[in-house]
Design a protein around this ligand. Structure first.
Ligand code: BG6
Ligand code: MG
Length: 216
């Protein structure tokens, strides 16, 4: 197959920010008397801010007004932004920047496909923003993963077809989104959590374009 484009998720694929989302949600959950574990956090990967809050409130059977929920979501984001503020290139996961540069040199188009509304500031802090021809994030999408909207928009803007585009994702919801719209999918993480992906790699360390071409 001819690979024309790659679409990258952000959190957990390009930057090691999943741990900050987890800490910020855990603090919020605990402040409401709700316990929230790393295993439960797996369910929130790729999930929008408000849907994540609703998931946590449900765990504690807590019902709140829309206004109260907006406040809590904003306070979680303020906490998260304290981490974002301190981000620099050291936050970039090993090998991913090199891999993206190799793709660009081979004229493979590059887009971001993230559920986050904080994608641009993170790409700026880590000095990666110029590597992306197209950025689709939580500010340009209505439906959250596993809905494929974010990837379809990315491919449309890049003017490529799903079948010639590889999606890199660390969440099962993101893999499902990619598969649903006939993208090629590579899971970043462990086989047992990402079993539905076309292929799974632990990370981009030592992963080269020739490896990708061997897979597809
Ligand atoms: C996804 C993360 O990329 O973005 C989720 O995996 C997060 O954990 C979601 O909730 C929304 O992020 P943000 O930055 O808009 O709150
Ligand atoms: Mg992710």
């Amino acid at each position: 197959m001819m690979i024309k484009a790659c679409i990258f998720d952000l959190d957990g694929v390009i930057v090691d920010s999943a741990k900050y989302h987890f800490t910020a949600w855990q603090e919020l959950a605990n402040s409401l008397g709700i316990s929230f574990t790393k295993e439960q956090n797996e369910d929130l990967k790729g999930v929008s801010r408000m849907d994540s809050l609703n998931y946590i409130l449900k765990l504690g059977s807590v019902e709140l007004s829309q206004e109260e929920k907006e406040k809590l979501a904003a306070s979680k984001n303020d906490r998260y932004l304290q981490y974002v503020d301190k981000m620099d290139k050291s936050e970039i996961l090993p090998g991913v920047e090199e891999f993206i540069r190799e793709c660009r040199e081979a004229s493979i188009k590059i887009a971001l496909g993230s559920s986050s509304k904080n994608a641009r500031p993170i790409l700026e802090k880590t000095n990666l923003i110029d590597l992306f021809e197209v950025i689709v994030d939580g500010n340009n999408t209505i439906n959250t993963k596993p809905d494929p909207e974010v990837f379809i928009k990315g491919a449309t803007k890049l003017k490529v077809k799903a079948e010639e585009t590889v999606v890199f994702e660390d969440s099962i919801k993101g893999i499902r989104a990619a598969n649903k719209a006939y993208f090629r999918s590579i899971g970043i993480g462990e086989w047992h959590t990402l079993i539905e992906a076309d292929y799974v790699i632990p990370g981009f360390e030592n992963f080269k374009l020739t490896d990708l071409k061997e897979i597809f």
